[in-house]
Design a protein around this ligand. Structure first.
Ligand SMILES: Nc1ncnc2c1ncn2[C@@H]1O[C@H](COP(=O)(O)OP(=O)(O)OP(=O)(O)O)[C@@H](O)[C@H]1O
Ligand SMILES: [Mg+2]
Length: 255
């Protein structure tokens, strides 16, 4: 099983990812998609005059921000991805981490507000869709766990959600499509491979910052269980197909 995280930042650019997803499905490769949507959320927050702030690549989420996050991720972005895959002859069904509930979560750090840390993954809804021949397309929301959760929805970073789901589903491959060529050094050169230790050094020195931090942290977690963790350029035509065929650039994270 292949878990693909589609970065919101690459959505809408001449995207061949959907064609690749349909082609993989037709070849019988089980694929699960988790998507982001950071750029679209920021646009919608702007339209509403809500300012947005990030701490270490994670969006500080108060209640009005959460409402927009839920509407944009589980509504707009998720539906657009599902619509594109289905219109190309694929079979996809959208859900969010709240469905099932696939992702049970707790508050990550009070400073971030309604941002979730995944405490449990219930894989059943995803497995059912896979078994029925669908590509599950997952919006990264979590349901606050426990009796005192009271139905609170939490914003989970898409990279974090993707890693947790990849581990729970015992994925063979974890691929993060983003809007850069891979993890870059300070001169902009892409690393072919990085160990967890090397990548941590890049974070500590500030060379890897912002949205790259949760992405690398997701890979650190994934590589403990998933054989292959890759950060690749989703802007490149047929990046996903190339990935499955073992060609193309990007950065491999290894233990
Ligand atoms: N060392 C680095 N190498 C590459 N990119 C880096 C580095 N440090 C920081 N970045 C930033 O990380 C960004 C990618 O993360 P970002 O969260 O913006 O996108 P995404 O995760 O693909 O999309 P989304 O958050 O919508 O899911 C790059 O656009 C780049 O600006
Ligand atoms: Mg991101």
């Amino acid at each position: 099983m292949l878990l693909v995280k589609i970065g919101g930042s690459t959505l809408g650019s001449q995207d061949t990812t959907f064609e690749d997803l349909v082609a993989l499905q037709k070849q019988g490769v089980p694929v699960v998609v988790v998507h982001g949507g950071g750029a679209v959320i920021t646009d919608w927050l702007k339209k509403q005059g809500v300012a947005t702030r990030f701490v270490n690549g994670r969006r500080v989420t108060d209640e009005p921000t959460l409402a927009t996050v839920v509407a944009v991720l589980a509504g707009l972005v998720n539906s657009e991805i599902v619509a594109k895959v289905n219109s190309l002859g694929g079979k996809a069904v959208g859900l969010s981490g709240v469905d099932g509930p696939l992702l049970e979560a707790g508050i990550r750090e009070p400073e971030l507000g309604l941002v979730g840390e995944v405490v449990k993954v219930n894989t059943r809804p995803v497995e059912m869709l896979l078994a029925a021949g669908y590509i599950p397309v997952i919006a990264p929301l979590g349901l606050m766990s426990g009796a005192d959760g009271k139905g609170q929805i939490l914003n989970v970073n898409a990279d974090t959600a993707a890693a947790e789901i990849a581990i729970a589903l015992k994925a063979e491959s974890f691929v993060l499509l983003t809007d850069v060529a891979g993890v870059m050094d300070k001169s902009g050169k892409v690393f072919d491979a990085l160990t967890v230790h090397e990548a941590n050094t890049l974070i500590a020195s500030g060379v890897a910052s912002g949205g790259m931090i949760p992405k690398l942290e997701a890979c650190f977690k994934a590589v403990e269980r998933v054989p292959r963790a890759r950060i690749i350029d989703g802007r490149q035509a047929h990046a996903l197909r190339g990935e499955v065929e073992g060609v193309g650039g990007g950065t491999t994270i290894t233990q």
